[in-house]
Design a protein around this ligand. Structure first.
Ligand code: PMP
Length: 407
């Protein structure tokens, strides 16, 4: 069994040693982006110091080693999410681009006027707007899976949304605004009973929950490197081979072609068909180092630690008078959203920042979630594996001070 050594983990993250506003940094904005361990930071330096060269192009040595390193990441991602084939792993800029690829390259050819796409009431804007853009273009419609007052999706209502016109289902694994963990496997099975493919937005799941795309039988799965201790500017679209093969390319350019003449261009095979132009090479390579880092600790150990911390933080926050948790689902992961009667979330965020504590305030790119709860925004505390109970205690002290000033 792997030992979860929190002291060692914290020393791996140099930024956790710094001060903000004269106080030790307490970083609780991990849902927005996670900090990076020195293993990833060093790999970025190593790439530029030793290897920098374009990929998939040159015969020269540097191009070969950077291409090899980039392709090693693809295989690490394949193993990490248990994909059947490495060419089912498309390297993207992030979750947003991954979802947009599916909206463009699956949506445009296979979804027509009058057809329906099911999404949920708790989506991040990046899993709403690409579908709305498709609907505007093609005349298709969005159907929304409602949620209850705890922020859990209504599965019976979901079942009743299907019709012959349903062409795609897309929903998040974990809500970035509420922390709800959705019953993903059950929801995928329901869609498949109707013969409908499913995209799962894994942006808030990949760093907390072990993913097996084959066991889930999910058709498309999207996530970002920067939320899993890796660099920004890189992410992944997993797609089942048969679906990706029948989809046209996303963008035209270098790398995605087989042959180009002015009369006709033939396209490259998977995965390169979807990877036009020079990718973020350094980020692509170092995403592999982030995966190594997570695997060196073990997602099961990470999840057990984070679940305990979530329970502790929830219980300590309950001490605060006038607090109202937004999102009280039975299955939650690493996110606590709340409001306090009579106080604007922004004001809490500003005072906590003065105390060196970073939280997110606002609508968290999920405005419809805020509308559903009839609030403008929340304070969001989102946890990562390096957070501690002592940091939660500092948050509680900070919050009490902030509320003393504001109320
Ligand atoms: N989906 C969810 C659930 C998210 O939390 C985020 C990031 N906040 C995204 C999608 C978009 O990710 P990115 O900005 O990295 O593309």
């Amino acid at each position: 069994m792997m030992i979860f050594d929190i002291e060692k983990i914290r020393t791996d993250f140099p930024i956790l040693g710094r001060e903000v506003n004269g106080r030790p940094l307490v970083y609780f904005d991990n849902g927005a982006t996670t900090q990076k361990p020195k293993q990833v930071i060093d790999a970025i330096t190593r790439y530029y110091a030793d290897m920098n060269s374009n990929v998939h192009r040159g015969v020269h040595y540097l191009s070969q080693i950077s291409t090899d390193a980039f392709e090693v990441t693809r295989r690490k991602v394949q193993a990490f999410i248990h994909a059947k084939h490495e060419h089912e792993i498309i390297i993207t800029k992030g979750t947003t681009e991954a979802i947009n690829i599916v909206a463009s390259c699956y949506g445009r050819p296979f979804i027509d006027a009058g057809d329906e796409i099911i999404i949920s009431a708790m989506e991040h804007h990046s899993n709403i707007v690409p579908w709305q853009m498709l609907c505007d273009e093609k005349g298709c419609k969005l159907r929304i899976i409602p949620m209850n007052d705890n922020g859990e999706l209504a599965i019976e209502a979901y079942k009743s949304l299907f019709s012959e016109r349903t062409k795609l289902v897309s929903f998040t694994y974990v809500s970035n605004a509420l922390g709800t963990v959705n019953p993903v496997k059950e929801m995928i099975d329901i869609a498949h009973e109707h013969g409908v493919p499913v995209l799962v937005d894994g942006a808030q799941a990949i760093q907390h929950v072990a993913i097996d795309v084959q066991a889930l039988d999910v058709d498309f799965f999207a996530f970002s490197g920067h939320k899993m201790y890796g660099p920004t500017g890189v992410g992944v679209l997993y797609g089942k081979e048969e679906l990706l093969n029948k989809m046209p390319p996303y963008q035209g350019g270098g790398d995605m072609i087989k042959d180009v003449t002015f009369e006709k261009t033939t396209y490259n095979e998977l995965p390169f068909k979807f990877e036009a132009g020079t990718p973020n090479i350094e980020a692509g390579i170092c995403l592999g180092d982030a995966i190594d880092y997570i695997e060196g600790i073990g997602l099961d150990a990470i999840k057990a630690y984070e679940d305990e911390l979530l329970a502790y933080a929830t219980s300590r926050l309950s001490e605060i008078e006038g607090i109202r948790f937004i999102g009280t689902a039975e299955q939650k992961s690493s996110v606590i959203s709340f409001v306090v009667d009579g106080v604007h979330p922004y004001d809490i965020g500003v005072i906590l920042d003065k105390l060196g504590i970073a939280v997110r305030t606002g609508h968290h790119c999920a405005q419809p979630v805020m509308d559903a709860f009839d609030i403008p925004g929340t304070v969001r505390v989102s946890l990562a594996m390096y957070n501690t109970k002592e940091e939660v205690d500092a948050l509680i002290e900070g919050l009490k001070r902030a509320l003393n000033m504001l109320l």
